[in-house]
Write a protein that binds this ligand. Structure first.
Ligand code: ADP
Length: 255
């Protein structure tokens, strides 16, 4: 069984080929990182699987079935920063979100609890730290108790404390059995929170598989760091990558 399965997905914006023939599978219960430098096609990929964008070519399935509204309701998404009201409390903001998303209001205390915000639920949003704001955004994505969560760059723009809080929340959610698909340009983020990874570069899949197979090599540990140059250097040094690259002249390596 797979939660999400992509078959040869391609997408072009005018002259820009944003995705070329991308295929991989997300196993249930995984924290699946889509890792790649800015512009590598991560957001486009998440847009396609959440039905915000249409692929030019290729297909994908959700829960081993053709994507349908019924299946999409089992997926919570956080693709861009939600518009929370600064003068409303966290709880009131979630009431608004629940009404808009047509999710049960009884769910609000549960998601506040999961996000560790119960004690501050009656504080105004504007008093929240960056990490708390992002945890509230994740709480909002959890309304309706989806089994799968899709997050686009969930720690972008946060301070170090916020990054730690959000990563810890992702790990806690994974422990409860949720499957989490997250896009990140940070190698160390994927190493810290993901069980599986698909690496994109210029719209092509370079590597995918369990993190301990793809990334847990000594040269990755040594080189891991938060910038794209490092990621590209790591990929260039990967022996399997150079082997396949020199063998058939294109950038696809799948473990
Ligand atoms: P990432 O999320 O990895 O930064 P994106 O999916 O946002 O990558 O972008 C992939 C490529 O497609 C980039 O070259 C980007 O400039 C281009 N792109 C993304 N959205 C659009 C758009 N709406 N119109 C034209 N080009 C786009």
């Amino acid at each position: 069984m797979s939660i999400l399965s992509l078959h040869n997905i391609s997408k072009r914006y005018g002259a820009i080929q944003a995705l070329s023939g991308v295929s991989f599978e997300v196993p249930p219960g995984s924290v699946f990182g889509i890792l790649g430098p800015n512009g590598s096609g991560k957001t486009t990929l998440l847009g396609i699987v959440t039905d915000v964008l249409k692929a030019d070519e290729g297909t994908y399935s959700l829960f081993d079935a053709p994507p349908a509204g019924r299946l999409r309701r089992q997926i919570g998404t956080l693709l861009e920063t939600p518009n929370f009201y600064h003068y409303l409390t966290a709880c009131q903001n979630l009431q608004v979100a629940a009404a808009i998303k047509q999710k049960p209001e009884q769910d609000i205390s549960r998601v506040l609890e999961i996000a560790g915000l119960t004690a501050r639920q009656h504080s105004r949003f504007k008093t929240y730290s960056l990490g708390m704001k992002q945890r509230l955004a994740i709480a909002s994505a959890l309304l309706g108790d989806p089994g799968v969560l899709i997050l686009d760059e969930p720690t972008n723009g946060l301070d170090p404390a916020g990054i730690a809080e959000v990563r810890e929340l992702v790990l806690r959610l994974a422990e409860t059995g949720k499957t989490i698909i997250l896009a990140s340009h940070l190698l160390d983020e994927v190493e810290k929170v993901c069980s599986h990874v698909a690496i994109l570069q210029k719209g092509k899949l370079l590597l995918s598989g369990p993190v301990n197979e793809v990334l847990a090599r000594e040269d990755y540990v040594e080189l891991s760091g938060p910038d794209n140059t490092v990621l590209e250097a790591v990929l260039a040094r990967h022996p399997a990558f150079s082997h396949i690259l020199s063998r058939n002249g294109h950038l696809q390596v799948v473990f």
